[in-house]
Design a protein around this ligand. Structure first.
Ligand code: 5GP
Ligand code: ZN
Length: 114
């Protein structure tokens, strides 16, 4: 996707503050952090929303969460606790249409979410 900012990060055109990467997944700090740790984990391949994932993406989805686990360990929040979430489409507040898993921690999270 030529005009997708997260694709530009995945292909190296834009270099965000990367905290984890492998052949399929990239994790970087959110530009507008909502917690002391706020990292986005993305698939390198463009997938617009959670709705577009299919059975063949099962391993990739698992890799997003394994990367989140690595990030939480590295950030020192794994034992204290952290939140992972994916916003899907308008009512959830999705603003970048390339699937991304938020990893939030370093402060107490509230429930229910806003
Ligand atoms: P969404 O609202 O789609 O779930 O989350 C999009 C996230 O991407 C937001 O938290 C926003 O701050 C972050 N974001 C948007 N543009 C950029 C960018 O250019 N760089 C980084 N690092 N984060 C971005
Ligand atoms: Zn993309």
């Amino acid at each position: 996707m030529d005009d997708c900012i997260f694709c530009k990060m995945a292909n190296g055109e834009i270099r965000p503050d990367v905290v984890y990467e492998d052949d399929q997944v990239l994790a970087f700090r959110d530009l507008n952090p909502q917690a002391p740790t706020h990292v986005l984990v993305i698939p390198r391949r463009h997938i617009g929303t959670l709705n577009e994932l299919g059975p063949s993406d099962a391993e990739l989805v698992g890799r997003l969460f394994l990367a989140a686990r690595e990030v939480a360990q590295a950030e020192g929040i794994a034992e204290r606790g952290y939140r992972t979430l994916i916003n899907c489409n308008a009512e959830a507040g999705q603003s970048v249409f390339h699937v991304h898993l938020h990893v939030l921690g370093g402060r107490r999270m509230h429930w229910p979410p806003g």
